[in-house]
Design a protein around this ligand. Sequence first.
Ligand code: NAD
Ligand code: GLY
Length: 362
Amino acid sequence: MTTVQVTTPGGSYPIHIEANRLDRLGQVIPDDATAIALVSNVTVAAHYRERAETALAASGKRVIYIELPDGEAHKDWQTLNLIFDGLLQNRLDRKAVLVALGGGVIGDMVGFAAASYMRGIRFVQVPTTLLAQVDSSVGGKTAINHPLGKNMVGAFYQPIAVEIDTAVLSTLPDREISAGLAEVIKYGLIIDADFFAWCEQNVPALRALDRQAITYAIQRSCEIKAHVVSQDERESGLRAILNLGHTFGHAIESGLGYGIWLHGEAVGCGMVQAAELSALTHGLPADSVERVRTLVQAIGCPVQAPDLGQEHWLDLMQVDKKTEGGQLRFVLLSAIGQALCEGVPAQALQQVLEKTAAPARV
Ligand code: NAD
Ligand code: GLY
């Protein structure tokens, strides 16, 4: 087993990475917990609910189960309320522990529920998608979507542990693997050029979930994310670089309707757009832009953005948490492995949208 430690003012906790970790979940439940609420969705539950419940019950605590509908389109108030319904109907108190078993949608919603139920109870992340294992389960960002903007309502709230079972990835559809790999290569792009080059060299192994390659990719991603959030938990500076490709990506997700493109697919395409923007504003060399495009395509994510119309694109991008005083800010690359967050000239943005979000030519 590999352990990566996260240390923030809001909480310090281990990330355990190991095949079949699911069977050892009971080990992370604190002795003073009064009950456990396992939260998942119908898809993940069909594969893993029974094993998770058995492992949690081994802690000797009462385990209740709450099931949510599956999908980004359900990451909303109505679904969040189902968690509170379950907790209240079962009379769970302040010393209960929530366990999020699922991808980023479950993790973000359970985290938000934990942050607000009785003004805050403990929770454990058990991420079951690659994207959740390398990104969303770590760092304490929790949220639901608003029809006008992605992840616009939420809280910073750290889990007490992140339990990563690499074996559960075997039931994940290929498209979800590709989406998760987009967030993996993001870490190379923003902070670690050697890791980006390693990803370039290991695409077939990563897509095939080769045990050694995927475990290393998860570990390195968690190390980088832990390093960044340990320095800037609440995104007052450095943490913004974790949003490379997200201003474009979130616009794609909300512009097309949540769930049409996967979050990781939108981020992958958004990183290509951010690289194009970086070439115009920060002299990112053309061959680096091509390396980004080639790798995003190689992992199986789209590189041509949808044509939402220039005005609509700009409107959608305005609803971004990095926007300050109406001024859009983007994560940009001065080189592969070096990121910064800044405003850009309107003309450069327009040029990039024309180039990357044009209707496909036939
Ligand atoms: P997801 O949670 O929708 O999961 C993708 C699909 O895979 C779902 O249908 C799910 O039921 C299914 N699934 C999950 N695990 C499975 C398994 N092992 N086998 C078979 N099917 C499985 O999507 P996601 O990509 O995991 O997460 C995306 C969400 O994460 C977005 O809402 C995004 O905003 C959020 N996010 C949050 C952060 C953060 O820091 N909090 C970071 C990145 C993304
Ligand atoms: N996924 C962006 C962040 O955690 O800050």
